[in-house]
Design a protein around this ligand. Sequence first.
Ligand code: PBG
Length: 322
Amino acid sequence: MYQRPRRNRKSQAIRNMVEENKLSIHDFIYPLFVTENSDDKIPISSMPNCFRWGRELILKEIESCVALGIENFVLFPAVDDAKKDEVASYSYASDNFYLDVIRSIKERFPQVSLMSDVAMDPYSSDGHDGLVKNGEILNDPTLPILAKMSVAQAQAGIDIIGPSDMMDGRIGYIREALDDEGFTNTSIMSYSAKYASAYYGPFRDALDSAPKSGDKKTYQMNPANKREAILEAMLDAEQGADFLMVKPALAYLDVIHVLKENFTLPITAYNVSGEYAMIHAAAEKGWLNYNDVMLETLLSIKRAGADAILTYFAKDAARILR
Ligand code: PBG
């Protein structure tokens, strides 16, 4: 027997030497939920160790993440029902607390990279990512709203705009609006292949953002489709996206892989709330080892081709990787 692959596994030193993929703290983008009330720290029952952070406490939370070496964040607003309407007008209002939070984080921590959420659902009384008329989610009339939201976030100092809405043509529309206002250096991370997934359940609990009627299947992708992800990514790349995202991650590792093979832009993956909740639940029951399964899961997403991972595990993983 000439070929003995086990020779390259015989010691930790050799295993380390031939390791093909390595997780790094720099791979992580940490999602954080923010609320308007300064001192809030509201637990999210289906997402252990995740909170809705008040506008003061979020600064402390970011400080503790920075101390662990985490430097990329994505922020999601939890908006009072009273501020929601059919056209999501609060999303770009000058007194919007989310924009305030962006400004205060960038002031205190100019070195961190902040990504936003662009979609109507946190601000919409219908709970959909686009404008709703007679039960239909309208595409083109939604685009100016997304553009206004994006420009307001750019003005507040956001580094990366994150359109999560899956409307057609939004990347080009937003790119043009940003450029027209002089924000040529503001990046766009497109949720390019975002599937209509049951794995978003805990997130919708976190933000009270579930659709009031119907589902998101006319804009989010069918979980059965892979080639369609290439079409979506192609359109986003043509329209000026700086990063292409696949979401969710775990049940879509093949999609991450196929985009990595076909595009030169960085590929990112969103390790979503349901994926986080599953591992926590099994670990709580003593059925899985939390740290080991977490790291193996993140590594699998990287091995599939993700250059960066949006993950609620960022802090726990950073503590181990340090
Ligand atoms: C909505 C949005 C969702 C997530 C991020 N942005 C949910 C949805 O599309 O209903 C899900 C994130 C997660 O589950 O962790 N614009």
